[in-house]
Design a protein around this ligand. Sequence first.
Ligand code: ADP
Ligand code: MG
Length: 315
Amino acid sequence: MTPGETADKQPVLLVALGGNALIRKGQKGTTEEQFENLAVPLGQVARLSKRSRIIITHGNGPQVGNLLLQQECCPEIQRLPLEILVAQTQGQIGYMIESTLDNELMKIDREHDQLIVTVITYVLVDKKDPAFKKPSKPIGPAFTAEAASLLPYPVVNTAKGFRRVVASPRPITIIEKREIARLISTGFIVIACGGGGIPVVRHGRAFQGVDAVIDKDLASARLAREVGVDMLLIATDVEGAALDFGTGRERFLRRLDASEGLEMLRRGVFPPGSMGPKVEASIDFIRSGGKRAVICSIDSIEDAAAGRAGTEIVA
Ligand code: ADP
Ligand code: MG
């Protein structure tokens, strides 16, 4: 399809890629592995792009963790604030997604003329968000108690060791929403909101980056609302949302009613920081007029779009 030709008539699909799209459990996460892993979701996205306009968002946990580790290992280099590291991962992962998607599109049509672009994305958060008073999101490498005590920021003791904690404020608005909407309407495939976006606060008319991370599922739902997405597809390393997850009685849901989902969120069935924000983002999207929201595995994106896989959140 040529940009501007029939793009406006096709539904808009937002695919949020989880960490396993790049690095699978048990892998080291070499660059080769990450490119190879990306081909699985992006082959499907390439095929879906023949019938839908596409926005891709993605996480950045291990990638930003590596950048943090690099700066911890080399005290001579200037420590970069988190907002800059998030921006770096948007560039690096955007490049990997663009080039892999281009390869997958070429498998369908060697001469394809699909335009793809990565948008550096800021996301506005509120300076007064209670998350800033109670940083809760562990990021980066794990340290011993002794090493952690020398670090210039707050840490928590996790199963892996002591890790830096940062605030995870709620996304208020996607600053580049107009640019993204314009690109989509003229037929571009857009990669945006990487790592949940670069968190910024308002200073009058200007923006200032803050040391925080934004949940990529919540940011994706916000973007989906703001640019008028039809379907939100959250792809992760399990087949959907489950009851009694991780127990002998585990069962994955094919459908989840939004009000029941909210009740389950309150009861802790879907924990914060993993399945919780996916269910919350889906409910948020459906309740604000989105047509379909599905949580699925990375290898069943096409089936989920066709209504054959994943957990569909219904109003
Ligand atoms: P992503 O990188 O895709 O955002 P997360 O690790 O944040 O992945 O979230 C997916 C994880 O949520 C699954 O791997 C699973 O271990 C966990 N999880 C927790 N509770 C549930 C549940 N009730 N149903 C399904 N998965 C769950
Ligand atoms: Mg996650």
